[in-house]
Design a protein around this ligand. Structure first.
Ligand SMILES: NS(=O)(=O)c1c(F)c(F)c(S(=O)(=O)CCO)c(N[C@H]2CCCc3ccccc32)c1F
Ligand SMILES: [Zn+2]
Length: 263
């Protein structure tokens, strides 16, 4: 579709000119504050299936000018949600070297360095993600808040290939690895709300699960993420770094955020 960016004349404040849902309700991300939280005893631990990929499995890591995204095989899925949700891809949102605050969801006024999203679609009801993408029960995204701290070997399985995706539309093959390692230890503690894609077309089609506990990557790993990628294609003379690719928090309206944990 027509190009959109995170700042400037085609930036997030103008997305709704071409993508009307972006000005609609149920938008993501949100600022998760304690006053919005309601404990729900029906929220079961997230169960990920077949996330441990064989190294003979080949994944595609691609820079699409908006994000760094990794394709995922349809053998991977999430159980324990209202329907089975099959994995499609994962991607990141991050800040810049000057401002290591690029997460999309904020928790009690804290913005994390980056955020991982693993995008799944409702495979009980829809044949593929492109059919599911604009349906209210179409998608489920797992969100992981990322802080700068200890080196993370699981994230390194992706970051060590990042120079193969330097320019827009560049892609590189990545051997399979244990995608479960990208998630926090506890999959039973999370925030849950009804929201949207955080990029155009902003369809309100996402059941959001943001894990309560963050993971860490090292400062060096974070620098690789925020300095390696260009938002423009290799032919384009101007150097436009791909960073600060996060949408601002959106109006919560009358939504509540359910939590799976008590204290
Ligand atoms: N934050 S978010 O809402 O989870 C989110 C992103 F932020 C994001 F950048 C992407 S993108 O990488 O596709 C670059 C933008 O098109 C997606 N893709 C989704 C929606 C668009 C179409 C599509 C088709 C197949 C697989 C996934 C997707 C996305 F869902
Ligand atoms: Zn995302």
């Amino acid at each position: 579709g027509a190009e959109w960016t995170y700042s400037g004349p085609t930036g997030q404040d103008y997305w709704s000119n071409k993508y009307p849902y972006c000005a609609g309700s149920f938008q993501s991300p949100i600022h998760i504050t304690s006053d919005l939280l309601r404990f729900s005893p029906t929220l079961r631990p997230i169960e990920v299936r077949n996330y441990k990929l064989s190294s003979t499995e080949q994944l595609t890591l691609r820079n699409d000018g908006h994000s760094l995204k990794l394709s995922l095989p349809p053998t991977m899925y999430v159980a324990g949600l209202p329907n089975q949700f099959t994995a499609a891809q994962l991607h990141f949102h991050w800040g810049s070297s000057n401002w290591p605050t690029g997460s999309e969801h904020l928790v009690d006024s804290k913005q994390f360095a980056a955020e991982l999203h693993i995008v799944h679609y409702n495979s009980d009801k829809y044949p593929d993600i492109n059919t599911a993408i604009d349906k209210s029960d179409g998608l489920a995204v797992l969100g992981v808040l990322i802080k700068i701290g200890d080196f993370n070997p699981a994230y390194e399985q992706i970051l060590r290939f990042i120079n193969g995706a330097k320019y827009k539309n560049f892609e590189v093959r990545v051997p399979g690895f244990n995608v479960r390692g990208l998630l926090p230890a506890r999959l039973d503690e999370y925030y849950r709300y009804d929201g949207s894609l955080t990029t155009p077309p902003c369809f309100p089609s996402v059941l959001w699960t943001v894990f309560r506990n963050h993971v860490t990557i090292s400062h060096q790993q974070y620098l690789a993420l925020v300095t390696s990628l260009h938002a423009s294609s290799v032919q384009n003379a101007e150097v436009t770094p791909l960073n600060n690719n996060f949408r601002k928090p959106q109006p919560i309206d009358s939504r509540v955020v359910l939590v799976s944990f008590k204290e």
